[in-house]
Design a protein around this ligand. Structure first.
Ligand code: ATP
Ligand code: MG
Length: 230
């Protein structure tokens, strides 16, 4: 469970402050599939980064599993981030010199999981995203859809409580984007909590809840039930 209250994010610009987020209140409960929508510049990526502790709020409170995370030292924040969050980005962000298998193994080595276990788990995760036949391939030899599936497998490597995705289908043709969405929906059905930013109305509507942002503030929230169907 994540609890954000009164979250502001601002940056100094000369003598002024520019606001990216204003007064965001948001709870995310286990098993939800939250989609974040809104115009370009409305603060979607900023909010996702704050949720995943990749960035810190300027004001407000943030608690994960009942534990206040505001004001913790960087090292402790990194530990919480690595333990609780898996990330998927629009541009895949795979390491070009590593194979699919090695890309998925990498976060496990940071987490100190022994070599043999890493390999077996990475192969299993790649199988789950339908890439058993691509284990040894480098990103440049895979399609965008395949690269994003590797990125999803990598995000799951350390068994995170939350999967955070910033426009994961944004760089893919719609049919390939739909495949990624199907994978995310299946993961959600198996219990994974997902927060996804999207511009695509049809994909946004597949979430159990949609949060609409406007000018850095919550504009409206649409609830559709606790678990994704269909
Ligand atoms: N590091 C920063 N310094 C200053 N302003 C920033 C910074 N990061 C984001 N902003 C501003 O905050 C606002 C929200 O940005 P954000 O990237 O969250 O928007 P977004 O909703 O994800 O947009 P898009 O749909 O284009 O990805 C924008 O006005 C942006 O210029
Ligand atoms: Mg963005």
């Amino acid at each position: 469970m994540l609890t954000l209250k009164g979250i502001d994010k601002c940056w100094a610009r000369g003598a002024d402050s520019v606001y990216g987020l204003k007064g965001i209140d948001l709870d995310i409960v286990r098993g939800e599939f939250v989609t974040i929508m809104g115009p370009s510049g409305s603060g979607k990526s900023t909010l996702l980064q704050i949720i995943g502790l990749l960035d810190l709020a300027s004001a407000g409170s943030y608690a994960i599993e009942g534990r206040d995370a505001m004001g913790l030292p960087d090292k402790e924040l990194a530990r919480i981030r690595n333990r609780h969050f898996g990330f998927v980005f629009q541009r895949f962000h795979l390491l070009p010199d590593l194979s699919a298998l090695e890309n998925v193994m990498l976060p496990m080595s940071y987490a100190g999981i022994p070599g043999g276990q890493r390999k077996a788990r990475a192969a299993e995760l790649l199988e789950r995203v339908g890439l058993s036949h691509r284990l040894g391939h480098r990103p440049s030899t895979m399609s965008g859809g395949e690269q994003q599936r590797v990125a999803v497998a990598r995000a799951l490597a350390n068994d995170p409580g939350f999967l955070l995705a910033d426009e994961p289908t944004g760089n893919l043709p719609s049919e390939k984007g739909r495949e990624i969405m199907d994978i995310l929906k299946n993961l959600n059905r198996e219990g994974m909590t997902i927060v996804m930013v999207t511009h695509d109305e049809a994909l946004g509507a597949l979430g159990t809840r949609t949060v609409h942002l406007k000018d850095g503030a919550l504009d409206s929230v649409v609830e559709r039930g606790t678990r994704s169907e269909a």
